[in-house]
Design a protein around this ligand. Structure first.
Ligand code: NAI
Length: 401
């Protein structure tokens, strides 16, 4: 078997919720007659999702959601299984954008987006793609933020389901998924010790919490930087040191951004960092570590190891940037574990079915709570875990004032 197919076979084994959904909905073909344009990090778990959606009756057109996160052997495997795939791992942003356009030209009925590039493009320079469009599901925090911004400007033309905001998505994917896979990406590419090191985590949202928690588990001394006082307080109470990035810059051995914001670490900080500091980003876009500033400031740049760029500064210090500042767990590793994406993609699938079977007006919608509950139950069942149910007496008690 070729490598792409082998990778897909592996994840099939570890995504039992998708299998249950396939068994339950497969015969009914709830997505029949619908074309779904998918823009999402194209690796084996996503391939499993695309094959499931086809199994539910949809025609599926696939592209990536980041130029560096596409795994070409997986893309090829999907082509060989009859899907239309416009995706290639590339450093060329233009190729990435061309592929998004190709998906839009198929005039999909539904869009499954990750980061909102496809949906924003359909609402701006490629509005012809809105012709058949009935709805969008959005995978990540940054995408939901962008689509809410589009809606605030009264520009959103279709209903969007904020998959990211489902409990069975962000509590697990953003926290445990990003927590584990970010460290996988950092460790496999640097082959350095984490124990005893000072790790600076920028942003203590769902991803930052996971990254900080796992850093502590690996024996690091963890510093958190935040702009939100509540999140900062939460980090303090968890036992992390909290300080400004200007202070943390001098101390860190590793810096990891997970804010969804821009230029969180920039020239001022680079000037203060220790020789040998390692920089990585886990946020959606490659704007959190100011790569342009590094390019400007360096006197020499070379590949120190695969996926590690060394920037030697004029004073002789060298800073190392992983995965060109793109999300390290996807651009330089295999993304989240399969069992985590099993949860997220179950939310995606049931949200797409929800869009296909309900008429919604334009707006950004929460995932219906019965979907969250169903997925959590399926996951527990797949783990062989049973939980209690409320007795009639308890239900009545909880209804009383
Ligand atoms: P979140 O909204 O829960 O957390 C972001 C945190 O960053 C907030 O607490 C915010 O106050 C803080 N922040 C904003 N600007 C900051 C600054 N300048 N300095 C310090 N803190 C700052 O978002 P979440 O869910 O943690 O996602 C973060 C990013 O990661 C998003 O871009 C999201 O799309 C992406 N993401 C990446 C994944 C991956 O596989 N690498 C998986 C899931 C999400």
């Amino acid at each position: 078997m070729k490598s792409g197919h082998v990778k897909i076979e592996w994840v099939y084994k570890f995504m039992p919720i998708l299998k249950s959904i396939e068994e339950e909905y497969g015969p009914k073909k709830p997505l029949k007659g619908l074309r779904i344009g998918m823009s999402i990090h194209l690796e084996a778990k996503t391939a499993r999702l695309a094959l499931l959606l086809r199994g539910l009756g949809a025609e599926v057109i696939v592209t990536g959601s980041n130029p560096l996160s596409t795994q070409d052997d997986v893309a090829e495997a999907l082509r060989e299984r009859g899907l239309t795939v416009y995706a290639k791992r590339t450093e060329d942003e233009r190729v990435y954008v061309e592929n998004l356009k190709k998906v839009l030209m198929t005039q999909p009925h539904l869009i499954l987006d990750d980061g909102a590039d496809l949906t924003v493009m359909a609402h701006t320079e490629h509005q012809e793609a809105l012709k058949n469009l009935r709805g969008v599901t959005e995978e990540t925090t940054t995408g939901v933020r962008r689509l809410r911004a589009l809606h605030r400007k009264n520009l959103l033309k279709v209903p969007v389901i904020a998959v990211n905001d489902a409990f069975t998505k962000h509590l697990f994917d953003n926290r445990y998924g990003t927590g584990q896979s970010t460290w996988d990406g950092i460790m496999r590419n640097t082959n350095l010790t984490i124990a005893g090191k000072i790790v600076v985590v920028c942003g203590y949202g769902w991803c930052g919490k996971g990254i900080a928690m796992r850093a502590r588990g690996l024996g690091a001394r963890v510093i958190v930087t935040e702009v939100d006082p509540v999140k900062a307080l939460e980090a303090v109470m968890e036992g992390f040191e909290v300080m400004k990035i200007s202070q943390a810059a001098k101390l860190g051995d590793f810096f990891i951004t997970a804010t969804g914001n821009t230029r969180v670490i920039s020239e001022k900080e680079f000037l203060q960092m220790k020789d040998g500091a390692i920089l990585a980003n886990a946020g959606h876009f490659d704007v959190e570590v100011d790569v342009k500033a590094l390019e400007r400031m360096c006197v020499e740049k070379y590949e120190a190891r695969p996926n590690v760029t060394a920037y030697r500064l004029a004073d002789g210090r060298t800073l190392y940037l992983l995965a060109q500042g793109r999300l390290v767990n996807l651009a330089a590793a295999d993304g989240h574990p399969a069992e985590i994406m099993d949860l997220s993609f179950a939310v995606q699938t049931l949200s797409l079915i929800h869009l296909a079977t309900n008429e919604l007006t334009p707006g950004v919608y929460a995932v219906p709570s019965h979907i969250d509950e169903k997925i959590a139950r399926l996951k527990l069942a797949s783990m062989g875990i049973e939980i209690d149910t409320l007795t009639e007496e308890q239900k009545n008690y909880l209804e009383e004032y």
